[in-house]
Ligand binder design. Structure first.
Ligand SMILES: [Zn+2]
Length: 234
């Protein structure tokens, strides 16, 4: 009679199991089947059991030469490698997308770039660790959210929005509205533009800048003309 508390024996893979269509797993404890890719329980890794499994599940594989299984092993390992590379590139893409979205939110809410590194990421990791588990936290830890990265992302997003806007208004008529305002003790110029896009009147902020001298028409012209030239409006 077996003792309930007896220590269970750990079985290790033997290269001779290849003849039954099983190869070693990375931990050598749960060998995958080369035909159906199911991983066996460690306790099932016994020659007579593997032989019986092959006989009942994959009878056409019985007594195939060892070269046949070696070739199948090669194909299987190549597939695993390709899948691993695909997963890594998908993870990288997801992390980059998340990084851009967080950077965009920071810019929209006018928060400091450092918030991503000092507040947002630690908060994400703490929530993931306690709610989703340490594996999820490890995954989220790969999202690039350093101060420099967020600054670079915001700059790229801003440039992209400007490029899109310039392309949109390149061949259409627009009107410009200029307003003087104050930001703290500084005098500022706000320039907005209106245009028609898909039968809708749209308004976009073109730029905001500080007056370096007085607010005469000549000063305003000096500020606005280079911008309009830059975006090829004049
Ligand atoms: Zn199988």
């Amino acid at each position: 009679m077996s003792e309930p508390n007896a220590k269970r024996r750990i079985r290790h893979y033997d290269p001779s199991y290849l003849q039954f269509g099983f190869i070693s797993s990375p931990d050598e404890l749960k060998p995958p089947c080369l035909t159906c890719h199911v991983c066996l329980a460690n306790d099932s890794m016994r020659p007579h059991h593997l032989k019986a499994l092959q006989f009942s599940k994959h009878p056409t594989e019985v007594r195939q030469p060892i070269e046949y299984f070696s070739q199948k092993k090669k194909v299987y390992l190549n597939q695993q490698k390709s899948f691993s590379l695909f997963t890594q590139s998908t993870d990288l893409k997801c992390c980059t997308m998340a990084s851009y979205e967080v950077s965009f939110l920071i810019a929209k809410l006018k928060k400091p770039h450092t918030d991503a590194e000092t507040l947002i990421k630690p908060s994400l990791l703490a929530c993931a660790k306690h709610v989703l588990g340490s594996a999820a936290a490890e995954k989220l830890d790969k999202i690039p959210l350093s101060n420099d990265t967020v600054k670079r992302r915001i700059s790229e997003i801003s440039q992209n929005l400007e490029d899109k806007l310039v392309r949109l208004i390149k061949d259409i008529l627009i009107s410009i509205q200029l307003d003087e305002s104050t930001l703290g003790a500084e005098s500022t110029l706000i320039v907005c533009m209106r245009f028609i896009d898909n039968d809708c009147i749209k308004e976009e902020l073109l730029f905001v800048d500080y007056f370096e001298c007085r607010c005469t028409g000549q000063d305003i012209s000096k500020m606005v003309d280079p911008i309009l030239t830059h975006i090829r409006l004049v």
